[in-house]
Ligand binder design. Structure first.
Ligand code: GRF
Length: 193
């Protein structure tokens, strides 16, 4: 990981479910020479399992109900300001991020996607890779823009698909790599700000 220059930058992580990427971002943020601190967690789901990681590390979290996209995003933008957030990580966040939100925040928003983008945007990526008998799959960290899974690629990690792999085993292999590359990608972007 890159060396610390000045203070750690505050990041926010947006989740909807399990939160294993959140868990590893928090873990990696605690190293002395990490460039970032997870200062805020946002979830649209009050029972997201991943919320336990923010509780455990005493990181403030907010559940936003998303009944209305515009007012939910206005509320989140205020929180991002309050917590001095420099970068957002979407980690299994299942809600739309509007163009208006991207423009208003005007700082990097990253997403992690379980395929070798531009291949297999959207859902069921492991199923698609297996069905097409691909030799490799993997994970991609990319910048978020208004189009689904389409922003500039920051980091990508290839994973070999074994003949014996199924959706579960492939997901497990790829997740293991996601847990490493997400923090690396955050550092890469932050050190270029
Ligand atoms: C990961 O597979 C990630 O690539 C995708 O959603 C999943 C989130 O997993 N965007 P977790 O909630 O971080 O465990």
């Amino acid at each position: 990981m890159a060396k610390l220059i000045g203070n750690k930058k505050n990041i926010a992580v947006f989740i909807s479910g399990r939160g294993s990427n959140l868990k590893h971002l928090i873990k990696n943020s605690k190293y002395k020479n990490s460039l970032f601190k997870v200062n805020l967690v946002i979830s649209n789901n009050p029972i997201a399992l991943g919320l336990k990681y923010s509780k455990k590390s005493k990181i403030k979290f907010y559940v936003i109900n998303y009944k209305n996209l515009l007012s939910s995003e206005i509320r989140i933008l205020k929180l991002l300001k309050k917590f001095k957030i420099e970068l957002i990580c979407l980690a299994g966040f299942m809600k739309i991020i509007s163009k208006n939100f991207i423009n208003k925040f005007n700082k990097p928003i990253l997403n992690i996607h379980p395929s070798l983008l531009p291949k297999y945007k959207g859902l069921n990526t492991h199923f698609k890779a297996l069905k097409n008998k691909d030799k490799y799959s993997g994970s991609t960290v990319h910048l978020v823009n208004a189009k689904l899974d389409s922003g500039k690629i920051i980091l990508q990690k290839k994973v070999k698909i074994a003949k014996s792999d199924n959706v579960r085993s492939l997901e497990k292999k790829i997740l293991k790599e996601e847990h490493k590359i997400y923090s690396e990608a955050v550092c890469k972007v932050l050190s270029n700000l």
